[in-house]
Write a protein that binds this ligand. Structure first.
Ligand SMILES: *[C@@H]1O[C@H](CO)[C@@H](O)[C@H](O)[C@H]1NC(C)=O
Ligand SMILES: *[C@@H]1O[C@H](CO)[C@@H](O)[C@H](O)[C@H]1NC(C)=O
Length: 224
């Protein structure tokens, strides 16, 4: 009896811990909280102001155009079209968003990056992608997979990950993210393209590079 009680307590505590651990976006306290754009009066909240629910309309929950490919004629050969709370104000407080990813034929790359606020689940609908993520220190284990249409892969929150087109055609994928605004940190851009630049001595030591290589990298154009 005593044993089963402590099992129940442990189970309840675990449930509580899980609910804390997953509470990155606030849980809604009403059916919805359609984001309002005008925040002129300068009060910042963790999320957005919401519209009077009586004034909400279907278009607050709607987006159109995800059938259109993004333009991949850029340095990395990929393009991410995000559909988050900025495109659909009705996503405010709901903890979910979406993206379309387009990749140019062989070599289109979504470079190593992190979503600080969301786990990503990706489904390939066209082409072949080599994808992967790396676990945190000290192991830094690499998990990779080659994905074809219909294949799904998960990138856990906060871990460095990438997608690379290894097929001879365009590749297209869609991704769900567990945040209304998962955020993106592209590693190379943040490190070598910060504004203002990081002292090159820091990067020379951190990346075990020649200082000339660091200053060269810092002089490159890092587009997101
Ligand atoms: C992504 O595609 C859109 C639509 O074609 C385009 O406006 C945008 O400039 C592209 N972004 C990049 C980084 O190439
Ligand atoms: C894609 O972007 C490139 C470079 O900015 C531009 O030259 C080209 O016209 C764009 N293509 C489309 C279909 O918009």
């Amino acid at each position: 009896m005593k044993g089963s009680n402590s099992f129940l307590v442990a189970f309840a505590l675990l449930g509580f811990a899980c609910s804390l651990a997953s509470a990155f976006d606030p849980d809604p306290l009403q059916d919805f909280c359609v984001a309002l754009k005008d925040t002129e009066n300068g009060v910042f909240v963790n999320g957005k102001f919401c519209k009077d629910p009586k004034l909400a309309v279907a278009d607050d929950f709607f987006f159109s155009g995800l059938n259109k490919p993004g333009n991949t004629s850029n340095l990395v050969g990929s393009n991410v079209t995000t559909v988050n709370v900025d495109q659909i104000p009705g996503l405010n407080t709901l903890g979910i968003s979406l993206a379309r990813l387009d990749f140019a034929p062989y070599g289109g790359l979504n470079p190593p990056h992190i979503h600080p606020r969301g786990t990503e689940i990706l489904v390939v609908v066209e082409g072949t992608l080599y994808v992967g993520f790396v676990t945190s220190n000290p192991d830094n284990r690499l998990f990779t997979k080659i994905l074809n249409p219909g294949d799904v892969f998960v990138f856990p929150i906060g871990l460095i990950h990438f997608q690379f087109n290894i097929g001879q055609t365009n590749a297209v994928a869609f991704a769900g993210l567990s945040s209304q605004n998962a955020g993106v940190i592209t590693i190379a851009n943040a490190v070598f393209g910060s504004n203002p630049p990081i002292n090159p001595d820091v990067l020379t030591k951190a990346f075990q590079l020649d200082k000339n290589v660091v200053t060269y990298l810092q002089s490159r154009f890092w587009s997101d």
